[in-house]
Design a protein around this ligand. Sequence first.
Ligand SMILES: Nc1ncnc2c1ncn2[C@@H]1O[C@H](COP(=O)(O)OP(=O)(O)OP(=O)(O)O)[C@@H](O)[C@H]1O
Ligand SMILES: Nc1nc2c(c(=O)[nH]1)N=C(CO)CN2
Ligand SMILES: [Mg+2]
Length: 208
Amino acid sequence: MEFENWEPIYQDILKDMGFSREEDEHAASILSRMLDMARTSDVLVLEKLIAGKSVFVCGNAPGLGAGIDRTDTTGHVLIAADGATSSLIERHIVPDIIVTDLDGDMEKEILANRQGAVMVVHAHGDNIDKLEEYVSQLDNIVGSTQSVPLKNVYNFGGFSDGDRCVFLAKEFGASDITLLGFDLNDKNVTPVKKKKLMWAKKLIGDIL
Ligand SMILES: Nc1ncnc2c1ncn2[C@@H]1O[C@H](COP(=O)(O)OP(=O)(O)OP(=O)(O)O)[C@@H](O)[C@H]1O
Ligand SMILES: Nc1nc2c(c(=O)[nH]1)N=C(CO)CN2
Ligand SMILES: [Mg+2]
């Protein structure tokens, strides 16, 4: 997605959530410098995995486990949103791609990464400590930001991990996208999470 089309939505999200663009941009520049020395993947790897393929995007709603258990995912590309990785790994399923701001079960994400999952690692104003802790432990990393893209830190559109998975699948030309483990009206969540899910509902509704 072109940043000029994403920017007005991003500004609305910042205002609603009370997040700072300056802090997001600071985090992106820190990630960019880290990636100069980290084990990265070419962004074309994502295109190769996704283009023309049928994609399952896994969100971390309580129903994810049951959703996976009644779905045959073989032959499909699996994209896991951060915490959703755990339910997959517990079932010995390795996602092809993990989209993460590094606040899921990182032990499980590192395990999945060692078994081949490409990591789309997101920098924002509130996860600089996580970037410092985990980037050096990961392999096959593509950097992402919700603000202005940099040479090695991309903005595919989307805000929280789940909706960024859907934007990623769209950006790289998935033939179709199926959501598993998404309950965007979940009432058993904190007020901040509720707002994030509301934005996810709007953003996904606009592009799916
Ligand atoms: N009911 C739900 N509860 C949690 N996540 C959900 C739900 N339904 C869909 N999702 C999607 O699953 C994604 C991954 O969930 P995860 O719990 O790892 O959250 P996150 O994006 O890291 O956000 P947070 O900053 O709140 O931790 C979310 O970004 C969200 O889009
Ligand atoms: N600044 C900021 N940006 C975010 C945050 C957050 O907590 N702070 N959480 C997200 C969830 O994936 C996505 N983006
Ligand atoms: Mg997260």
